[in-house]
Design a protein around this ligand. Structure first.
Ligand code: ADP
Length: 345
């Protein structure tokens, strides 16, 4: 198999989670200013007012909480906030901060008004979370030096900074932490027009020719997610270079996406298995999340964070108090007659 073909048949093309080889590619395509950021108009409006006000007062921007599924632009927005405020952006993540010393080091090294981007904040350990509270509220940090009776508490100042936290699971955040954010923003899935725009912008940066229908074809299969849109563009560009004339039109896009087994909703193997398991094994549901995850050999977290949000957004899946249910649309997608075999509805 040729190297290009191998690259084309990579698995999990439509996962919203960042893959290893996405990082440098994404850096090139990442919008740097708010006006280059496509879609999410409410979020942009809120941010631009807050940024303008903070700038005119010469203060650090209020702490920002960004929530939403992976790949929708949380990291991008954090860097945009720093750029718009003309301050540096330092990045860390919940799982990277293991001990108190890690967090203290990050906080004490901050410079005036800078952005501290904290990804996966819901994964920060509760004991460490408490240290954050006073840093966020009063820009102070209590550290205990020594042990036992000779232990002393020292309070050190932290430079006024902007904490930009991202989470895919806003519901898991503790109330005290949540209350420290002045600006709470929720990112939504993008519509096809917005994704088309993102694809056209990326194509221009990459120097790839793509026509209107080609862009439309990719946009429709990107699961409402810019990261996937960009990744599809990259793969289809390879295909167009190897098999076509290097230009992405509707026919090239369709042929490439067919080869890559990305269907018209951008479903991958797990989406299909998830829905078919509910339909065929559990009679359409309701089925509990744990049972479903076990049946699919997947983590419950992955189902909740990555797969379910999009399936719910397009109306294929319902989350009910009794469990997950496949909708009529899901049945129709697979050409299965809607209704339960046991005649309950
Ligand atoms: P998250 O942090 O939410 O997982 P990222 O900010 O890393 O997502 O975004 C993934 C990629 O998608 C970025 O590299 C960027 O190129 C692209 N992207 C995200 N949102 C937008 C947008 N609104 N406009 C243009 N490109 C975007």
């Amino acid at each position: 198999m040729a190297a290009a073909d191998k690259a084309l048949t990579r698995e999990r093309l439509v996962s919203a989670v960042q893959a290893e080889d996405d990082a440098s590619f994404e850096l090139k395509l990442r919008p740097r200013l708010l006006r280059e950021f496509i879609g999410q108009n409410k979020v942009k409006e809120n941010l631009s007012v807050a940024i303008e006000a903070a700038r005119s007062r010469g203060e650090a921007l209020d702490h920002v909480l960004l929530s939403g599924p992976p790949g929708l632009g949380k990291t991008t927005l954090a860097t945009i906030i720093a750029n718009e405020m003309s301050v540096p952006c330092q990045q860390t993540a919940g799982p990277a901060i293991q001990i108190k010393g890690d967090l203290t080091a990050v906080l004490t090294n901050l410079t005036e008004r800078q952005v501290l981007f904290f990804d996966e904040v819901h994964r920060l350990q509760p004991a460490l979370e408490e240290i954050l509270y006073s840093a966020l509220e009063d820009y102070k940090l209590d550290i205990i030096i020594g042990q036992g009776p000779s232990a002393r508490t020292h309070t050190i100042d932290v430079s006024p900074f902007t904490f930009v936290a991202a989470t895919t699971r806003a519901g898991l955040l503790s109330a005290p932490l949540r209350s420290r954010f002045g600006i709470l923003l929720r990112l939504e899935f993008y519509n096809t027009d917005e994704l088309k725009f993102i694809i056209e912008r990326s194509a221009e940066i990459l120097g790839v020719q793509i026509d209107d229908e080609g862009a439309q074809e990719l946009a429709g299969r990107a699961r409402g997610t810019p990261r996937i849109a960009n990744r599809l563009l990259r793969r289809v560009r390879d295909f167009a270079q190897v098999r076509g004339q290097g230009r992405i039109d509707k026919a090239t896009a369709q042929a490439a996406l067919e080869m890559l087994e990305v269907d018209k909703h951008g479903f991958d193997e797990i989406d299909r298995r998830l829905l078919l398991t509910i339909i065929q094994k559990y009679n359409g549901g309701p089925v509990g999340l744990g049972t479903l995850a076990a049946a699919l050999s997947e983590e419950t977290e992955a189902l909740e964070e990555i797969y379910e949000p999009f399936l719910m957004q397009i109306g294929f899946l319902d989350r009910t108090p009794r469990g997950r249910m496949a909708t009529r649309l899901a049945y129709e997608h697979f050409g299965i007659r809607y209704g339960r075999q046991d005649g309950l509805f």
